[in-house]
Design a protein around this ligand. Structure first.
Ligand SMILES: C[S@@+](CC[C@H](N)C(=O)[O-])C[C@H]1O[C@@H](n2cnc3c(N)ncnc32)[C@H](O)[C@@H]1O
Length: 250
């Protein structure tokens, strides 16, 4: 009898394990399927994707092939004159978003990790679109609070909100600060402009009570609630990758 219970226990464990593995392989297959049925990355983006995975810590932070194509397509639909990005990492998403810029358009991107600066500048130099991208090194919150970051080429300090109006903003820096970012950048987004916020589902932690005390989860939940409750904003969470919110400023 004891032997029988022992056998049953192990048998059910292996059934569960094989189900998990089957689900996992199904997810992998779906991811592959989605990639294969989406436009490919350009050679330059593929090169940046690969070198980030080989040489940079936490390469999973890069937007990647499918989300990159979505960023590019949204940008091409909006045709922004000015884009602001918070959180450059290795420049992948900046180059994707820049694909939709108008002829004389500009993308301003902010990154605080000094160790990434050479890599970012190198990656941007690989593409002709790199000429349209201005990298600001520093803390996103501090730079946003200065109100001078958006004043075009050869910008000077103190030229006011008006000249810093953006058509599209991509929020992808410190997850604990998303609410502050939104408050600070909101006046800089033109009426009718668009905001994208990445990682808003945070690997599902936003609905998992086990993460109630985790600071990034707390920050993202607060941001999601703030956006949901703001009548000035139209919004939809796109469940791609780690969750991407598309926001329209009325
Ligand atoms: C998820 S990664 C960005 C990925 C990139 N947008 C892409 O899709 O390829 C987040 C980046 O934000 C940067 N970051 C984090 N906190 C920041 C802050 N307070 N100010 C500026 N950058 C910050 C990190 O160093 C990291 O490079």
């Amino acid at each position: 009898m004891q032997k029988y219970t022992f056998f049953l226990k192990y048998a059910s464990f292996f059934v569960l394990l094989s189900q998990i593995l089957l689900n996992l392989s199904l997810i992998m297959t779906l991811e592959d399927y989605i990639e294969q049925h989406s436009s490919p990355e350009s050679d330059i983006l593929s090169q940046i994707n690969q070198s980030t995975n080989l040489h940079v810590l936490n390469p999973h932070m890069l937007s990647g092939h499918v989300q990159g194509r979505l960023l590019s397509m949204l940008s091409q639909m909006i045709r922004p004159h000015r884009i602001l990005e918070l959180g450059t990492f290795t420049g992948y998403s900046a180059l994707c978003l820049a694909e939709g810029l108008t002829e004389d358009g500009e993308l301003v991107t902010i990154e605080h990790n000094d160790e990434l600066e050479d890599t970012i500048r190198h990656n941007l130099s690989l593409s002709p679109l790199g000429n349209k991208i201005r990298l600001l090194m520093g803390d996103a919150k501090e730079i946003l609070a200065k109100e001078s970051y958006g004043c075009g080429y050869g910008y000077s300090y103190g030229c006011g909100y008006g000249c810093g109006s953006f058509d599209l903003v991509f929020i992808d820096a410190d997850k604990r600060e998303y609410c502050t970012y939104l408050d600070l950048l909101y006046p800089h987004v033109r009426a009718g402009g668009w905001i994208l916020a990445d990682n808003v589902l945070w690997d599902g932690h936003v609905v998992d009570p086990a993460y109630d005390k985790e600071k990034q989860t707390i920050g993202l939940r607060a941001f999601n609630d703030q956006v949901a409750n703001d009548p000035r904003l139209e919004k939809v969470i796109i469940p791609i990758r780690d969750g991407l919110t598309l926001i329209h400023k009325n």
